[in-house]
Design a protein around this ligand. Sequence first.
Ligand code: CA
Length: 325
Amino acid sequence: MKQHFITRFLVFFFSSILIIPSVLAQSAIKTTLVSGPGRDRSEGPAMVCDGEFATKWCVDSPRQMPYTIVLDAGQATSVVEYGLVTGDDTSSYTDRNPVAWRLSGSNDKETWTTLDDQKNNRAMPDEDFQECRFKPQSKGSYRYYRFEFFRVKGGTRIQLSEIFLYNTVQTPVETTFVSGSGSGSKEAQPQSRFGARTIQEGPEMVADGFLFSKWCIDEPSQMPYNVILDAGQPTPISEYRFYTGDDTHSYPERNPITWRVSGSNDKQNWTTLDEQKGNRRLRDENEQEYRFKPAQTGSFRYYRFDFIQMIAGTRLQLSEIKLFK
Ligand SMILES: [Ca+2]
């Protein structure tokens, strides 16, 4: 068992190559910039549709407000969801997220139909490289999409690293638990007025649909910890989400920072879909959702998550892992 563990660890290290994040969502419509305010070069408006999270549109020009970006979808397309992605330093400059905007569609760039109107939407997080998705109130088939940003959280500077348009809605994948590290062991709770209580904190808790139940394991001999989920049939995923535990605010060191996601159709041959090393995006907050796009995709029935390192120590906890098409 120990040898198996060491072998897996070595395989991980020797096979680890730097994966350049391929951040363009699989289902995003390819768009080009028609017009928008800002510089031509490094932080210009074209940066919202270059497919790279690393490049952003950043402008502070109050006279040009509302900041208006027009994108060309190439052909008439119905947008059922759109995504705004925060910048590379939004966690340091939290005022730059838009809070009021309007989305309109057109086929001639003259007559515009309002599709969505957000007056004070603070859903975008104060975090770097985070995509926030919105469903427009109206739909229709349009070639051109216009975003008018009326207001940001504070001041007049806006920044976005990408704007994604989608013609398919992101749907959750129903999964069932296959196997995982930990025995479903019980953690004895202190004596309370309810009597001695035990709580199940086995790996199956990440797939029970509840945030108040969690997988919590501290068994160094079993590291890296893994959990396998069954999507029922071969299913490509565009996103996976981790949800922190019910007391992560008190125990932030339990958040994973290095992990690998793999897919398989026979539970024997695994294809690496994503590797994250030293990723500290999960924060010291309880039951919070964090979204990740796998670097690779493929149609797999089984998805395996290997947790290689936490912020500190050997205890891992997550309340849910969810997959999305
Ligand atoms: Ca970009």
